[in-house]
Design a protein around this ligand. Structure first.
Ligand SMILES: Nc1nc2c(c(=O)[nH]1)N[C@H]1C(S)=C(S)[C@@H](COP(=O)(O)O)O[C@H]1N2
Ligand SMILES: [Mo]
Length: 162
């Protein structure tokens, strides 16, 4: 059979992709995010970790929990217990990267406050406003894990170390 190279078009333009070691990699558009159960964050001050610079006060975000999206994509489970060795790498459209571990998302209160937000102060956010925004509401200094234009969540399973 002839080999045909096909570059698969993303299912949804500008979508958030869940890739890597998931059972069912996903591609979710901004409108699809709005169909999941939503949560509303508490208002907070955005402050940089590196410089302690106050950036701005942020009204309550509304969004879907990151854990909800990860569960839909399916945690890695080919090897018993490997989900507990998984780290989730969140990537912005500009390549900016932050990490979450399975433990903090699913086994600490941090995870309950990690939202993929598409609304702020009751107003819908579009890509120009930075949506979808990944936001970890329980962080001490919120700016580093406040990722504008979240593009990808990649599941990586760490190898056991001898
Ligand atoms: N996509 C993306 N999000 C990002 C960053 C980035 O470089 N890219 N930098 C983070 C950091 S370290 C800070 S301090 C704030 C800066 O927010 P501002 O661009 O609104 O000042 O954005 C955060 N979110
Ligand atoms: Mo920062």
């Amino acid at each position: 059979m002839d080999t045909v190279n096909v570059i698969a078009a993303p299912a949804v333009d500008g979508a958030l992709v869940l890739s890597g070691r998931f059972q069912r990699p996903l591609s979710i558009g901004l409108d699809q995010l709005r169909r999941y159960d939503s949560h509303i964050a508490t208002p907070f001050d955005l402050r940089c970790y590196t410089t302690n610079r106050f950036i701005r006060s942020v009204e309550p975000y509304r969004g879907v929990r990151l854990t909800t999206l990860i569960e839909e994509a399916g945690l890695p489970n080919e090897i018993p217990g490997e989900f507990k060795r998984t780290v989730f790498v969140a990537v912005g459209h500009d390549g900016y990267v932050v990490t979450f571990s399975w433990h903090e998302l699913f086994n600490t209160p941090v995870g309950e406050n990690v939202l993929v937000a598409y609304e702020c102060g009751g107003r819908a956010l579009d890509a120009q406003d930075g949506a979808p925004i990944l936001f970890s509401g329980a962080d001490i200094l919120p700016a580093p894990r406040h990722v504008k234009r979240l593009a990808r969540i990649e599941a990586q399973v760490l190898a056991p170390l001898g």
